[in-house]
Structure formats: C-alpha cells, structure tokens
Design a protein around this ligand. Structure first.
Ligand code: FE2
Length: 422
C-alpha cells in the first residue's frame, strides 16, 4: 500500500508487527498521535521507524484496580505479620496519619512509571477518603492531571474505613466527588453491621447518580460465605439502569458461597451486566487465613463469571504496601496467577486471561472507544518479546517498546543469557 502525499507527516512506523490473533504481519503508521494506517506493506517514509520483526504488538495493559496512595509503603510503620486484610487496614490507618501531598505524589508517579515501562497505559486507582484532609485524594487527582500526556489515570473515591465507620466519612466521600473523583467506591463487608453495608451500597448509587460518576465497590472481600453484598450491588445496578457503569471488585466470598446460592446469583449478575475485577495475586495471599485444611483459594469465580459472558478484568491491587509486600506492577504476572489459581489452563482460557489485563479492563474503565489497534484510534500500543498472548504469559515476556499517544515512551531490552557449558 502506498499512502500518497504522506511521506511527510508520518511520525512513526512499526514494521512487521504481529497483531493478537491475526495471521499476517503488518506495518503500522502513526501520525499526529493516532494510528494512520495498518497494512502488510506501507511504502512510506516516517520520521522514526521501528523494526518489530514479527514480535507481538498489543493494545496496552490496563490496570483496573490498584491503590497508588499506599503503594511503596511496605513495612511502614510495621510489617503485616498476620497477612490479613484487617491487619493491613490497621497498619494503613497508622501510616496515613503522616501522609503529605508530596509523599503520595512521589510514590504514585514512581509506581506509574514502573507500570508504564511494563506496558500499562490505563490505570484505575483507589484513593482512601477516610482521612479528614483528603490528602490521598487530592494528591492522586493532581497526579492524574500531571501524567495525562503519557498515561490515563482514573481515581475512585474509596472510603477505606467504611462510609458509616465513623462520623464524617460520608461527608468526606461526597466532598471527594465534588473535587472530581471519577468513580465512587465502598466497602460494605467492612461496615459495622449487615444493615450498614446494605445502606452503604444504596448511598453509593445515590451519589453516583448525583455526581454522574462510575461505581467501583470493594465487595465481599472476605471468606465469610454469609457476606452477600454482591446481590445488593447487582440488584441496585439493574434497578437503577446503571448496569455496566458499575464494577464489583474482589468478590472473594463468591468463591465460598454454596453452589445453590451461587447459581441463583449468577442469573442476577448476568442480568445486571456489571463488571468484575479479580485480584488474584493479593487474594491468594490474603484469603484463607482462618482456614486450616482444606485451605480455600479465596479468589472469586473468575472462570464461571467469564463463561457467563460477564466482563471480568484483573488487577494488581497492591504494590509493596501493608496488604501485599511484593509486586512490580507487571500485568503478565497477574494474568499468570489467574491462570493458575482460577485453573484457566485451556487454550481459550489462557487467551481470556490476556483479555482480562487488556481489553476487558478497557471496558471496565469505559475507555474502549479510544482503545485498541485500529485506524483512527489513539496510538497507544506495546511490543512484547513474544509471539502470542500465551507465549507472553508463560514467559512473562519483556515489553520491549511502549508507544503512548503516538510517541515512543520507553524501550526495554530483554535479558540475554550466555551459555558456557557443553
Ligand atoms: Fe483494593
């Protein structure tokens, strides 16, 4: 294909790209921040040319669930010895007393850079709004703006200590929405009573209506098989018509429900059309802590939700914080953990886990119209040292190039081994 009159104006061309699921290699031309052309052979000059040589070119990874305000604080002021969610909340309550705007912004931007160099260009972060000065929220809103030229960040106003956990939390949550949070969150299973939990879900929907925001609720992140706020979220999404604007994160209790109830619930979930986010790295470590043996895996029913046709994405949740001291922000690590923990080892299931860290996440964040490798779309794409999504997950492949808004943002060399044996 020849593009007439375009030897000027093409900023970047990627030669011999292997697109996900496509049999033939293609060239991709980028102009003015957008994908200008995709064709097996583009006879055109560009200001910059990259030889991709048959490596996998994919839409960027989407981190649909992370807490950037607590990232990189592991061990401050103390280590989580029990490994439970609740000790993590206690430690964070102490650590957040010393938050400053600069502290949060520095750690958040360092984490975003770590993510971006591994191919993440869309991030939904939660910001704890249970702290009277809303430092975390204000810092993350500033970060959202500061990084917008190279990474898209959404901020969820997240009442970590519960909306009704103490006086003033409800007002803080509403203030956070007035300040510009993109989504309203909640934690019904952590409220003091079942009734408070139900009321918190209703309050979240009321606020989402009033401030026209998305909803992303930490829902039933507990091994208690009687923690049943997911049904309240699904029913509210159906009745309100908000449907796909609603996300239930974690939903680990769903893995502990009896099958009779879970089957009934699946029908309600399918009708609601809500999104799900599982965080397999953290929930395989946080959950099951009160079990002896057999010990539960504690990750929600990812395979069954996916088989129902529901939109499931995967998150890292934490990077070196009071709940999870490990983590690098690498989404292939998250996908690999889902493959293992959710027993999604079939070929289509492994591919589905790749979708869960790419396009499914874009759907959850409601950015899908600006996402994907197609002519006219913003030129956000990544190159992997792999041939297929399966290969990428199996080897935790290096993301060799990250193109953001049409520009080469970062390059990484795959590691090289030299064999000296016989
Ligand atoms: Fe979370």
């Amino acid at each position: 294909m020849t593009i007439e009159g375009t030897t000027e104006g093409i900023d970047l061309i990627l030669r011999q790209c292997r697109l996900v699921g496509a049999p033939d290699l293609v060239d991709i031309a980028i102009s003015d921040g957008r994908i200008y052309a995709i064709s097996p052979r583009l006879e055109v000059l560009a200001a910059q040319e990259l030889a991709i040589a048959g490596r996998l070119v994919s839409p960027p990874f989407v981190e649909s669930h992370i807490h950037l305000d607590s990232a990189l604080t592991a061990g401050q002021p103390r280590w989580n010895q029990s490994g439970t969610l609740f000790e993590g909340i206690d430690i964070w309550r102490d650590r957040k007393q010393s938050l400053t705007l600069e502290d949060v912004k520095t750690r958040a931007i360092a984490t975003l850079k770590q993510q971006a160099q591994q191919g993440v260009l869309f991030v939904r972060t939660h910001a704890d709004v249970s702290e009277p000065n809303l430092i975390a929220l204000q810092a993350l809103l500033e970060v959202r703006d500061a990084v917008k030229d190279w990474i898209t960040v959404q901020v969820v106003a997240f009442p970590q200590d519960g909306i009704y956990g103490s006086d003033g939390n409800d007002a803080l949550l509403e203030t956070a929405l007035k300040l510009g949070a993109d989504a309203v969150g909640g934690i019904p299973h952590y409220e003091m009573t079942r009734e408070d939990g139900v009321q918190s879900v209703h309050r979240i929907f009321e606020l989402a209506h009033r401030y026209d925001t998305l909803i992303d609720i930490h829902c039933d992140e507990i091994d208690d098989d009687q923690s049943r706020f997911l049904e309240v979220v699904a029913a509210s999404a159906t009745r309100s018509g908000l449907g796909a604007r609603v996300t239930a994160s974690h939903t680990t209790a769903l893995a502990s429900y009896n099958n009779a109830y879970a089957m009934k619930l699946m029908g309600l979930l399918a009708k609601s059309g809500i999104n799900f986010i599982a965080n397999p790295l953290i929930n395989i470590t946080l959950q099951g802590r009160t079990d002896t043996y057999p010990k539960r895996r504690g990750v929600t029913r990812v395979k069954e939700l996916w088989q129902q046709g529901l939109n499931v994405s995967l998150g890292h949740d934490c990077v070196q914080d009071p709940w999870y001291s490990l983590g690098t922000g690498n989404m292939l690590t998250v996908a690999a953990m889902a493959v293992h923990v959710c027993q999604m080892t079939g070929q289509a299931e492994i591919d589905a886990c790749y979708d869960m860290v790419t396009m499914n996440g874009a759907k959850t964040l409601k950015v899908e119209s600006d996402y994907g490798i197609a002519v006219g779309r913003p030129a956000n794409l990544i190159v992997l040292d792999a041939e297929t999504p399966y290969d990428a997950i199996r080897r935790t492949a290096t993301v060799t190039q990250v193109i953001s808004r049409g520009r080469l943002l970062v390059e990484t060399q795959p590691s090289v081994s030299t064999w000296y044996g016989n």
